[in-house]
Design a protein around this ligand. Sequence first.
Ligand code: DGP
Length: 120
Amino acid sequence: MVEHMSDCLFCRIASGELPSTPVAESELAFAFRDAAPQAPVHVLVIPKAHVTSAHTVSDVDAHVVGELVLLAQRVAAIEGIDGEDRGYRLVMNVGADANMSVPHLHLHVLGGRALGWPPG
Ligand code: DGP
């Protein structure tokens, strides 16, 4: 049984209550296109059960972070950015200084063009 929070935007997307453009899913994670893409490929990978942020991950839900990375690998393959000559960036924002705007753990999968570094 997946625990959703009724007032959480990404819980409502994960449950299908709110629409999204899905890319892939696994038992524990869901991937969908970011509504404000910052790169040609910009997909968000989220746990289906609520976790607030990378900073609140505990022993109980630490395995979920690995699930997010595994699903991100599949997203990269689906999007065709996993080749040796391509690549992608995985980002988890935490808190105000990092511009975290949705308090439900999410992994940004960014790619499809050369990404600058440092990110700014
Ligand atoms: P962050 O800044 O790390 O909290 O990223 C949140 C991202 O979520 C941001 O890139 C825009 C995206 N986003 C916000 N609301 C929605 C929504 O309702 N649907 C989708 N698909 N993406 C959203």
